[in-house]
Structure formats: structure tokens, C-alpha cells
Design a binder for this molecule. Structure first.
Ligand SMILES: [Zn+2]
Length: 75
């Protein structure tokens, strides 16, 4: 049986208390109604398409940030 990670969870399950009580607060932001944890959508598949959009934004933003940091270090 393959080992599952939190990244493979397709249900709206809280990664902190495992409750099925997540409620969407905004795009990519979920709040657990049981333990009140706030979860970023990029951490798991809570909404179709949102995860890829967020991951793409984070990835591009990070690369851009690294380029800026390298330029600052060079000078
Ligand atoms: Zn919870």
C-alpha cells in the first residue's frame, strides 16, 4: 500500500486535527471550524485549479525574489 502524504489529500481535511470541517475564507485560504487552524490552499488540494494557480504564483514569485537577492549581493 503506497504511503500517502498530506500533499495527496483530495478531501477538505484539516492537516492539523484531520477533521472534515474546513470552510473557505478566500481563494486559497481555508479555516478549520473544529480547531480554528488557518490553512493555505497550496498545502493540499482543497479546490480544483486553485492549488496549481497558487503554486505557480509562489514558484514564480520565489524565482523572481532569488534573482533580486542575487543582484543585491553582486553589488
Ligand atoms: Zn482542524
Amino acid at each position: 500500500m503506497p504511503k500517502r502524504t498530506t500533499n495527496n489529500i483530495s478531501k477538505q481535511t484539516c492537516p492539523q486535527c484531520q477533521a472534515d470541517r474546513l470552510q473557505r475564507q478566500a481563494t486559497g485560504i481555508w479555516e478549520c471550524k473544529r480547531c480554528e487552524a488557518t490553512v493555505a490552499g497550496g498545502a493540499f488540494e482543497a479546490d480544483t485549479g486553485a492549488k496549481e494557480t497558487i503554486e505557480k504564483a509562489i514558484r514564480e514569485g520565489t524565482e523572481e525574489l532569488e534573482e533580486i537577492q542575487e543582484q543585491v549581493i553582486d553589488e
